[in-house]
Design a protein around this ligand. Sequence first.
Ligand code: PLP
Length: 397
Amino acid sequence: MKYNPAKKIQDLEHFGEFGGVNPSITDSATYTFMQAGTMLDTFKGEAEGCFLYSRHWNPTNKYLADAMAAMEGTEAGWVTASGMGAITCAILQVVNAGDHIVSSMTTYGGTFAFLHNWLQKFNIEVSFVDITDLDAVKAAIKPNTKLIYTETMTNPLLQISDVPELSKIAKSNNCKLMVDNTFTPMIFTPAQLGADIVVYSLTKFVNGKNDCVAGAICGSAEYINSLIDVNDGTSMLLGPVLDPLRSSSILKNLYTLHIRMKQHSKNAEYLSAKFKEIGLKVGYPGLAEHKGYELMKSMMNEDFGFGGMITIDMETSEKANQLMELMEEKGVGYLAVSLGYFKTLFSCSGKSTSSEVPKEIQEKMGMSEGLVRFSVGLDNDIENTFDVISECIKEIK
Ligand code: PLP
C-alpha cells in the first residue's frame, strides 16, 4: 500500500457549532477582537486560531483547505475561487520578473495561455517541452529557471509525468516542481512523489457536481503562508477567495471522491478496452500499450484505477463533431467542456479546451484535430453505454 488519501479524508473529524456532523458555515467577511493587540498579531500571522478578514482566511475555507492538504499529505493548503485562480497565484508566488519556467507543452489551454501569453507582461520566459522526455526537460533548464510545471496526467493527451524524476531535476537545479493533479485526485498524490506544490481545479472530479468553479493549492506551511502574507502574498493581494458556502458543499462532496474515482476508472477501463476492440485509435493510460502505462503503475495509489479520461482520435474535426452530436442525441452524455461530472462529457479538444494552443503547437505535441476527449461518467450500465456509442460510430460517414 502506498499513500492512502481516502483514509486521510475518512479520518477527518470536524463538528458544527451545536455538535453538527458537518462544520458550521462562517459567512462573515470580518471578525471581532476583544483586544486590539490580538488583531495586530493576527495581521502578522502570529495569532493561532484567530481570523481577521475572509480574503485572508475564513474558517469554512480552512476546513476544505485542511482536508485537501490531508488528502495530498502536505503541511498546508489554500482554496481559491477557480482552478485558474489557484494556478496563477501559485505560479506568481514562485517567479519574479526575469525568471524562467520549464513547462509541459501539453497543459490545460487556459494554463497554456497564461504561461505563453500573459507572463510575457512581466518578462517571464517559458520553455515548453515534451514533459515525458526528461532529457528535453534537463536541456531546457537555464540559470534563472525557478519552476518546472506539469500536470500529472496531461490535458488532453493523457501523458503521464514522471513526478519522482522531475522532482530530482528540480531539486538539483534549485527550482520548484508544481503539478496540476486535476485529472487524477486520489489516484496520484504528487507531493508524496516529490512535487513541491500541488494545484487543483476543484471544479472537476473533486467536487464532481458541476455546480461551481473552485481551486486549491497544497504545499509547505511556509509556502502557503507566503501566499497569504498581507504585504506580498499573491493570493492575499490578488484576492481570488472561495465563497465559504461553496467550500462547505465541496467539502461534503470530497467525502465521496474515492468511490466516484473508482467508478469513473472502472467505466473508463471498460470503454477503452472496447474502443480498442472495435479498432478505434484510443488513448487511455490503463491500456498496456499506452506510453505511460508502466510509469503510471509505479506512481499510482492502489484502489482508484487509471482514471476517468479517455481520448479517441477521429482524425478530422468533421467526424469528431458528427460523433459527438450523435452521442448527445442518443443520450450517451453531453457535448460540453469540463470533466469529472457524473454524466459523460465529451468535447473536441483542439476546438475547445485547447483552442488557446496555436495550431502549429497542437501539431507539434501530436494533438489531432479530430481528438475527442471523454470524461467518462458514473453510469451503472456501461455495457449499454458502449453499445450506444458503437451504434453512433457505425453511423459516421
Ligand atoms: N487544470 C486543468 C487540468 C483543467 O482541465 C482546468 C479546466 O478545465 C483547469 C485547471 C482550470 O480550472 P477552472 O476552470 O476551475 O479555473
